[in-house]
Each structure stands twice: as structure tokens, then as C-alpha cells.
Design a binder for this molecule. Structure first.
Ligand SMILES: [Zn+2]
Length: 360
């Protein structure tokens, strides 16, 4: 299959007729969103889940993986239900969620239309199962009956959605950059999902500094409290950094395939890192050309095409030539006291990930 063929199927924006037909549309009417029928278990859907604390470069890696043949970058699915379906925020293609033909077709195939699902119900299920504080329970071999029922219902929505994304995009591999470790635990218990987690880590000092900076959210549209990404004081960011990274290590110990990718390595060696991630994702990239990656005068950049990402960092809207360069502002701008505090609070994992071996 030529790359052009693949690209045509992955970015079907010109005409709805370019979309492939659903693989087995007849089964979709037969079951509720929370109970995918037996036929849907015939083949697992492959999901590459980008996990880690936000501001660790997951959007960049997702966009790069999305340029590979057969891979669909779908954004932070955890926020799709509220920000996309309920609040109609913009897709990565620039259109409002309900105006985007791609997501319109996905919603129709997954649920018979987005108006058929109750986003409040999904929100309640999320509160019941997809919480960081529930990870110790989610990691147990057996679950309480009520938790198991809510978990099955919750992951059922994701399963149907992932299958529909695969069908509409024509891609075998779905990238979900939701990041939260708790959702990865939920999905890991769904046998119909072939879950592979790419654990993104970045120096805790850089992450904590980034969480103190104000970043606009262009998809939110009008000015207001939702127009900026959340900020955290450094101590709180350090706590989240420990919790998310520690939880993902636990997930790996529980048997979920997991690949550790450092943001700094992605920046310094983008081609090698993308190949490593692609191979882990089941996309044989060893001999694959990566025509979207370039180096010029020692600087790396990517040529990115449009992606229908449901939610995420504003970088998801970038297309064309996008520089791949690190953000080291924290080294000069982060107050020394904050830096020492974050270093102390995150010391064990900073050491484990090799950040103390470098000049800091
Ligand atoms: Zn779109």
C-alpha cells in the first residue's frame, strides 16, 4: 500500500465518499453503548495510550506518530465527552466538534449519533472509576462487584469509540493522549482493547515550571476562565508528577506493555525515538522512511498534516513546518528555591529516569 493511499484514508477531508465503509455496521444497532456485543470481541482494537503528567511532550509525540501509515492521532479522548460532545470545542482540524465530519461519522458509527449518549452519565462513571485515588483498587486482581460493573460500563464507551475511530479512519492503531494513569488502568482491564502505554517523562523541574506558566486555550473561543490551561504551584505539580509516573510504573508491573520515552530524548533524537515508539506500537518502522522528519543546520523540524484531535495541548492545531526543540526556560527563569523544592520532592524518580546524571 502506498503512503498516498494510506494518507487518503487517514485524512478524508475532501469528500465523505473517501471514508471507507464501516467494517461491520450491522452489529452497531444491536447493543447499547455500555454493552458492546459479542461480535465486537472478534478482534481487539489496538490503542497506543500516551501516559504521564501533562506538559511532558505527549502532544508532540502523538502528532509525530500520527504521521505514520495506519496510525490515527485522536487527541485526549478523556476530554472528548465533555469538551467535544457537550461543549462543542474545536477539533484539531479547526472546526467545531459537531461541525467536523470525521467526528460526526465516528459518533454515528459508535453510538448512532452523539445525541444518543448521556455525557452526564459518562461523567458520573468517570467519577466512580477513573480517579487517581482509585488506582490501588484498580490494580487489584479482583474488583468489588459495583466497581467492576461501573468499570465495564465506562470502558465500554471507550471501546466503541476506539472501534469507530479505527473504522472511520481506516487505521489499525489509535493514539489516545489522555495521559491520566487512572484511565490507563481502566482500559487495561478491558480485554477487547490491545493497550500499549507509552510512558512520557520529562524533567520534573521543567514540568513544574511549565505548570506555573499561563497557556491560552484557543479552542475554548471566547475569553473567560476556561480560556487558559490549568496552572499548578510547583509543589503541587511535583506531587502530581510523582503520582502519575509512579502509577504508570505500577501499571507496567501489573503486566501492561509499557515503553518509557523521555521528552528530552524525543527532542534530541526525534527519528530514533519515533522509530522506537512505532515499533512498540506494532507499526514496523525499522526500515520505514519518515518523510515528515527533517534536520536542517543541526535543527530538527517536522512537517505535520491536519489531525482530528478531540482535545489537548494547543500544539495539536499546528500544521506545516513545526520545530522540534526543547524548552529550557526553566533553567533561567525558575526561582532557585522552587527548583530545590521540586528536586527534593521528586528525587527518587528523577534519579531513576537519569535526570541527575546531567548538568542541572
Ligand atoms: Zn476535525
Amino acid at each position: 500500500m502506498s503512503r498516498a493511499d494510506v494518507r487518503g484514508r487517514r485524512y478524508p477531508v475532501a469528500s465523505s465518499r473517501e471514508y471507507p465503509e464501516p467494517r461491520n455496521p450491522e452489529h452497531l444497532e444491536a447493543s447499547s453503548p455500555e454493552n458492546p456485543d459479542a461480535r465486537s470481541r472478534e478482534y481487539p482494537v489496538r490503542v497506543v495510550y500516551l501516559g504521564g503528567l501533562g506538559r511532558s511532550g505527549s502532544t508532540l509525540l502523538e502528532r509525530l506518530l500520527g504521521e505514520l501509515p495506519g496510525v490515527c492521532a485522536s487527541g485526549e479522548i478523556v476530554h472528548l465527552w465533555q469538551r467535544g460532545v457537550a461543549e462543542n470545542e474545536r477539533c484539531g482540524c479547526g472546526l467545531e466538534f459537531r461541525a467536523c465530519d470525521f467526528w460526526g461519522r465516528v459518533g454515528k458509527e459508535a453510538f448512532g449519533g452523539w445525541d444518543k449518549i448521556d455525557t452526564d452519565r459518562i461523567g458520573h462513571l468517570k467519577d466512580a472509576v477513573d480517579r487517581t485515588r482509585l488506582i490501588p483498587r484498580l490494580s487489584q486482581r479482583t474488583l468489588a462487584r459495583r466497581l467492576r460493573a461501573d468499570l465495564d460500563a465506562y470502558s465500554g464507551y471507550y471501546l466503541r469509540l476506539y472501534r469507530a475511530i479505527a473504522s472511520v479512519s481506516g487505521c489499525d492503531t489509535i493514539v489516545d493522549s489522555s495521559k491520566h494513569a487512572s484511565l490507563a488502568f481502566c482500559l487495561s482491564r478491558c480485554q477487547e482493547i490491545d493497550l500499549r502505554v507509552i510512558h512520557m517523562v520529562r524533567d520534573s523541574r521543567a514540568v513544574a515550571y511549565s505548570w506555573t506558566t499561563k497557556v491560552a486555550r484557543p479552542e475554548a473561543g471566547t475569553a473567560g476562565p476556561a480560556s487558559y490551561m490549568t496552572t499548578y504551584p510547583p509543589v503541587r505539580a511535583a506531587g502530581h508528577w510523582n503520582a502519575q509516573n509512579g502509577a504508570l510504573q505500577l501499571l507496567a508491573r501489573r503486566g501492561t506493555p509499557l515503553l518509557l520515552v523521555r521528552y528530552e530524548d524525543l527532542i534530541q533524537e526525534p527519528e530514533q525515538t519515533v522509530r522506537r515508539a512505532a515499533t512498540f506500537a506494532g507499526v514496523p518502522a525499522g526500515h520505514l522512511s519518515l518523510p515528515f522528519l527533517h534536520t536542517e543546520g543541526g535543527a530538527s523540524y517536522a512537517e505535520l498534516t491536519e489531525a482530528h484531535t478531540a482535545s489537548g495541548n494547543p500544539m495539536r492545531f499546528a500544521t506545516g513546518r513545526v520545530p522540534i526543540k526543547g524548552d529550557d526556560r526553566w533553567r533561567g527563569a525558575m526561582p532557585g528555591r522552587q527548583r530545590r523544592t521540586v528536586t527534593a520532592l521528586t528525587l527518587p524518580l528523577l534519579s531513576r529516569y537519569g535526570y541527575l546524571r546531567r548538568a542541572a
